[in-house]
Design a binder for this molecule. Structure first.
Ligand SMILES: *Cc1c(COP(=O)(O)O)cnc(C)c1O
Length: 432
């Protein structure tokens, strides 16, 4: 579900015209819909209402302060992966006590900071990390709340760069070893075993891998509850969204379309998982990122040039892979639509950025209504892993971000000034 639609032939985000936003703020421009964020959060929250649960938004998918504040105000917590992200939670007005801290490489400074802020839990990925947290907590005279990430060895059957729940990757501790690790951890004086955690991958569009993983892990969680008095099980994030036909048939959500009926919805997710989780009597944590933010954002870009070469039709736009790297990085698909609807016939188009990399391509030979120089196009479903992965390659400033709520809009991040790109750099003293 999202709130981007055409109104009299013009693309709108909620009650605000996309064109009017680019007139004010230029392009490339990220636009986020607060109502979409809210609806997605609430929809999951409602579906899971039979469970005592907490939704910790995976802020690595979109950590803009305005976006985070929207979710904090709904009562959400945050799944963080660095000390910087915990600082961001505080800057956004979120509550560190509703934060979990994940990641395989937590540094000493990050652990100190997280302990001082009283986070809800560390999601621990190895025994050396457990020992480090215990040692640091001891020094600070604190007890560190900990969940250990179990790798259930379930194949999420998603893209190879975003599958995390098999023994081929660096995440978590093998299922068979978990009981032993908890037994050893229980002897550490400054550790409190608070939960058990897993996350099998991202962009899952079927419920089965989730169900397989929960079925496999539930008996283990029950055992750990009895033995070590854990209070929660985190089932991670990973709920997928549809990227194709994101705008199709106006507001019909993709899962309402017949061909997508067997795909994942929050209701189907809950319907399958709640009966497996409820008997455990544990609090359930979720860490959705993309599901909440993905369809809540678009990237708007202007066509700088149209270039025909032989059979090809290139639309060279003012956004590039530094603004949105997903197509180059994961070969991912973003629907691309004109901001102003036209009667132009679709023509096989390569929409590309201006960077000297062949990978700087948003789509290849895709039939889209013929665009011309000066036209605006919107790349949809760019709210997750979009701006957060942006960089300044080619000395291109970070784009502007705008948050829309009804008829209101606000710049939630100003366009970076070119000079700020090299702020902090200097020539060496011997260069005079
Ligand atoms: C990335 C990540 C998430 C969020 O994944 P989404 O696919 O965006 O829902 C949740 N938990 C962990 C541990 C992650 O690494």
């Amino acid at each position: 579900m999202h709130h981007f639609r055409y109104v009299r032939g013009r693309l709108y985000c909620e009650g605000v015209s996309v064109e009017s936003l680019t007139k004010q703020h230029g392009s490339p421009l990220y636009i986020y819909s607060a109502k979409t964020l809210t609806d997605n959060f609430n929809r999951l929250h409602t579906a899971l209402s039979p469970l005592n649960h907490l939704i910790c938004f995976a802020m690595k998918s979109n950590s803009n302060l305005g976006v985070m504040r929207t979710l904090a105000d709904l009562g959400g917590g945050f799944d963080t992966v660095s000390g910087g992200e915990i600082q961001r939670v505080i800057a956004a007005g979120g509550n560190p006590r509703k934060c979990v801290f994940a990641g395989v490489g937590k540094t000493e400074d990050e652990i100190v900071f997280a302990l001082r802020k009283g986070i809800y839990c560390f999601n621990v990925e190895s025994e050396p990390e457990l020992e480090r947290i215990n040692r640091i907590a001891g020094k600070l005279k604190k007890i560190a709340p900990v969940a250990i990430r179990v790798n259930p060895n379930v194949d999420a059957k998603t893209h190879k760069k975003i599958t995390t729940g098999t023994y081929d990757n660096k995440f978590g501790i093998a299922f068979e070893k978990i009981a032993g690790v908890y037994a050893r951890a229980a002897k550490l004086k400054h550790i409190r075993l608070r939960g058990l955690q897993m996350h099998i991958g991202s962009q899952l569009t079927q419920v089965k891998p989730f169900a397989d993983a929960v079925r496999k892990v539930a008996p283990l969680a029950a055992k750990l509850k009895t033995k070590h008095n854990i209070e929660f099980l985190s089932i991670g994030g990973g709920i997928g969204i549809i990227y194709e036909d994101a705008l199709a048939s106006g507001q019909a959500t993709w899962w309402e379309r017949k061909e997508n009926r067997d795909l994942l919805t929050p209701e189907k997710y809950a319907e399958t998982l709640v009966p497996l989780l409820q008997p455990l009597g544990l609090k359930v944590l979720l860490e959705p990122g993309r599901f909440i933010s993905g369809n809540a954002g678009i990237l708007v870009s202007r066509v700088e040039y149209v270039k025909r070469t032989g059979k090809k039709y290139f639309a060279i736009v003012d956004a590039a892979m530094n603004d949105l790297i997903r197509p180059a990085f994961y070969e991912s698909f973003h629907e691309i639509v004109p901001v102003k609807q036209t009667k132009n016939r679709p023509i096989a188009t390569d929409v590309v950025g201006g960077i000297c990399e062949t990978g700087d391509t948003f789509c290849k030979d895709r039939p889209i209504p013929r665009v011309e120089e000066g036209d605006l196009v919107a790349m949809l479903s760019a709210g997750a892993y979009g701006f957060v992965m942006a960089g300044t390659y080619n000395t291109r400033p970070m784009p502007t971000e705008v948050l829309v709520n009804g008829k209101k809009s606000a710049v939630v991040r100003k366009r970076q000034k070119v000079k700020d790109i090299w702020a902090g750099e200097a020539t060496a003293p011997w260069q005079k």
